[in-house]
Design a protein around this ligand. Structure first.
Ligand code: NTF
Length: 816
């Protein structure tokens, strides 16, 4: 693909524009602060992306082509300015322009607050996918929510997590966003269903008693080296003006008020749960608001382009990012049945050929269910439609497996053991033409363990699309030195053709290249160490192994297994005179959901252990533990290029994919990991010698469970492990407060160790010893690191998107 000629750049005009924007913001060039200049820069650049956004929107070829609509409650986009500059091909030109104004571009970019509109991997994946859709010019619109507050900001008080609201928009507004009042929608809630008669037919009509305005804000998703700009359209909840007196008079308004909901707080804040369904009413309201506004906008675009309603599946596909937007399925049915008055069969034929669903988790606590009573109250018409979908589906099941009650029970959209609940994942599978998992192993488990009956009923519907990451943000932008080194060797095409990195493999044994490659790593480690010194006042040895675990805090991800290893290293340093180890810095970064007590206890324990080790003069710089607060995309951009070792240590079968594993491998880190998620495929790509696999695999986990697992027996048989665990109970890490870390001890001892930390401990230590040995052979280590960068081209999100396009969406790229 040859890059299209992008806009000619006029430096002096751009400087004038920046100063004009600065003036509009009420500042003068000689007194303006860096932040003011950053806002002016963002606004000046956004002029260009806005005009490309509008041009893309009006492009006839795109209107006549099929588009994908990516529906997600989360888009963890991170800072846009630096990345947009790279996509626009203007990074160097703008650096030059701002320097003539006496400014440094990197300082300006640092001023941007991350839009943290997501929790973790699921939201970041959505952002990478938007980037890859635009880069490859597959027509797309992203639909999300415009949260006033993103994921909370994390700090520590005496080691304990504190949460503060994340007001990501400056008081002046976020410079990249564009409000589109002409595209706003009205969304209903509550109320009742009426029967209307017209021309001898009866129809059902929902009369909501609460109405909220959905105001769209567009963020520009700029295609790499193209003029294509797609919208990420985020809906904001606003009170309707004028006040909806009719709804009030209809008498149901108090009902709505009881739920303590109003327009103002509908999109106030992102729910801070990762891999956990909290079941709150306001969350279902957010989901419906998002789905209904998005479906309405999709239909508007489709009809305005002159297409027939019946042709919807030929022009629009709707990808559901997990079950969070499932309610879009009955919503589209409602619109087709009640507003357009199609018959059921025709409406169902359209809807069920339009939706596709991605499953991102097997964890039972993350599989969403909503009480039938709640849906019936909040969305009475949708509940009727869900019943009808299920009724017809049960007939299909009966036809396939006559008189098989058990099959109906597992497949039914309604779970009627206990309080009747709607299983959103089942509704998704029934209403979608394709379902996919996010890594080969995960998709296999979706078929084998989660949905075996669906797989038998609809062979081929459940597929795999392995996740990916955008190489523009996660290599070119965040690791400029490595990017330049790669470009010197293999040219400039790799950010759009990541498989080309394979050509780097030929230099893996070249000692001169090894040295340059590891010098780059060293500079990235120095950059991170500088950050740590400045913000946490800890001095780091940059010759040490930088051992990194960065991800949400969750028991299944086993940060506490890592912690036990750290404690065992500490104890060996103190107690074994002959113990020698390569110096190590163990980095953690993780947010815990505010209501997740054990996760918070693990954070507290890591902080206390870190404090003790870092201040123990006997340890020197052999071992340091750093917990970087407030993990976010912009922090990941500093940590990932500096990692030597990437910790991917979930219990096998629990991490659907992981994507941090891909980012670190791409930046030359070696993975220590279980046979879980995408680790399995990373191993396939880089080879057994270039990854440290340990622990039980999926079969090993179930065999152990079957045999009967006794964590206490493991504890008593492994002195190193026992000593590490025991130290959590005394005052080693919490002077004057014995037992303060007991919740972590109890989570593995006495509660059955649900994620098998103790079972995997010994082999984890063995794998870390291998790392220690290999790291000391600098040339061998460099070889392995280079091969990681060279051999993970598969994990570009461009490839993921092409898989979706070819196997699911069936779209054509439209080159502009
Ligand atoms: C997450 N799922 C998985 O836990 C990760 O393994 C995966 O990499 C990402 O999705 C992206 O696919 C969720 O957050 C959720 F919501 F499904 F639980």
């Amino acid at each position: 693909m040859t890059p299209k000629q992008q806009h000619a750049f006029d430096k002096s005009a751009f400087k004038i524009s920046m100063v004009q924007h600065l003036t509009q913001l009420g500042h003068a060039p000689d007194t303006a602060q860096l932040r003011d200049w950053y806002l002016a820069l963002g606004r000046a650049l956004a002029e260009h992306t806005t005009s490309d956004l509008v041009a893309t929107e009006h492009d006839q070829a795109i209107k006549q082509a099929k588009s994908v609509n990516y529906l997600s409650l989360e888009f963890l986009i991170g800072r846009l300015t630096g990345n947009n500059l790279i996509s626009m091909g203007l990074y160097d030109a703008i650096a030059d322009a701002v320097s003539e104004l006496g400014l440094g571009l990197t300082d300006l970019l640092e001023q941007e607050r991350d839009p943290s509109l997501g929790n973790g991997g699921l939201g970041r994946l959505a952002a990478c996918f938007m980037d890859s859709l635009a880069a490859q010019q597959y027509p797309a619109v992203g639909y999300g929510l415009h949260y006033e507050y993103g994921l909370f900001r994390q700090s520590f008080h005496e080691g304990a997590q504190q949460e503060a609201p994340d007001a990501w928009r400056e008081p002046e507004g976020y410079p990249w966003e564009l409000v589109r009042p002409e595209l706003s929608q009205i969304i209903g809630f509550y109320g009742h269903v009426e029967v209307v008669e017209e021309a001898g037919h009866t129809y059902r009509q929902w009369v909501p008693s609460l109405k909220i305005q959905a105001m769209p804000w567009d963020l520009p998703i700029v295609g790499y080296q193209s003029n294509t700009v797609y919208p990420l359209r985020l809906w904001e909840g606003r009170a309707l003006t004028p006040f909806a007196l009719d709804a009030f008079n209809a008498g149901d308004y108090t009902h709505a008020q009881q739920a303590d909901i109003d327009a103002g707080n509908l999109t106030k804040v992102l729910y801070p749960n990762d891999n956990h369904d909290a079941g709150k009413t306001l969350r279902l309201m957010q989901q419906y608001f998002h789905s209904a506004a998005s479906v309405a906008d999709i239909l508007r675009r489709h009809l305005e382009a002159g297409h027939a309603l019946a042709a919807l599946p030929e022009y629009e596909t709707i990808q559901l990012n997990d079950t969070h937007p499932t309610i879009a399925i009955p919503e589209l049915m409602r619109v087709l049945l009640d507003d357009y008055r199609l018959g059921w069969d025709e409406a169902w034929s359209i809807a069920s050929r339009t939706f596709a669903y991605t499953n991102h988790t097997l964890l039972p606590e993350a599989l969403e269910t909503w009480s039938e009573a709640l849906i019936a109250r909040l969305l009475p018409r949708h509940m009727e439609i869900i019943f009808e979908i299920n009724h017809r589906f049960m007939q299909e099941v009966e036809a396939k497996w006559p008189d098989d009650v058990a099959k109906k029970q597992v497949l039914s959209v309604i779970d009627d053991k206990g309080e009747r609940m709607v299983r959103m994942a089942n509704l998704c599978v029934v209403g979608s033409y394709a379902v996919n998992g996010v890594a080969a192993l995960h998709s296999q488990l979706v078929k084998r363990d989660l949905f075996p009956e669906f797989d038998a009923l609809y062979p081929g519907r459940i597929q795999n699309v392995t996740n990916g990451i955008t190489p523009r943000r996660w290599l070119k932008f965040c690791n400029p030195d490595l990017s330049n080194l790669i470009s010197e060797k293999i040219g400039e095409q790799w950010p759009a053709q990541l498989e080309q990195l394979e050509q780097i493999a030929q230099y893996a044994d070249d000692t001169a290249f090894q040295k340059i490659f590891m010098d780059v790593k060293k500079r990235n480690k120095q950059r991170l160490a500088g950050w740590v010194k400045e913000h946490l006042d800890i001095t780091l040895n940059t010759d040490a192994i930088f051992d990194v675990q960065i991800k949400r805090l969750h028991e299944y991800k086993r940060q506490h297994l890592n912690l036990l290893h750290v404690i065992s290293l500490y104890q060996r340093l103190l107690n074994e005179p002959d113990f020698d180890m390569a110096p190590r810095v163990v980095f953690f970064a993780a947010k815990a959901a505010p209501g997740y007590e054990l996760a918070k206890s693990i954070i507290y324990a890591i902080n206390k252990v870190a404090e003790t080790i870092n201040n123990d003069p006997r340890v020197g710089d052999k071992l340091k533990v750093v917990f970087i607060p407030d993990y976010r995309v912009s922090m990941a951009e500093i940590i990932i290029p500096a990692a030597d070792v990437s910790e991917q240590i979930s219990m096998a079968g629990k991490e659907a994919s992981g994507t941090g594993n891909m980012k670190m491998a791409l930046n030359g880190a070696l993975t220590i990991g279980t046979m879980d998620g995408a680790n399995v495929e990373i191993r396939e790509e880089v080879g057994d010698d270039n990854i440290y696999i340990f622990g039980l695999d999926v079969d090993g986990v179930s065999e152990l469970r079957q045999k009967g697992y006794q964590p206490e027996a493991v504890y008593h048989s492994q002195p190193l492990l026992k000593a590490a665990l025991d130290s959590l109970l005394d005052e080693t890490f919490t002077p004057g407060q014995p037992g303060a870390l007991r919740p972590v001890f109890d989570s593995v001892m006495g509660s059955g160790d649900p994620y098998l930390c103790l079972a995997d401990f010994a082999d984890y230590v063995r794998a870390h010893n291998d790392i220690d040995r290999d790291y000391r052979d600098a040339s061998q280590w460099a070889r392995k690191a280079i091969l990681n960068t060279a051999l993970v081209g598969k994990f570009s999100s461009d490839r993921s998107i092409r898989d979706y396009v070819n196997n699911i969406w069936q779209l054509e790229a439209i080159k502009r």
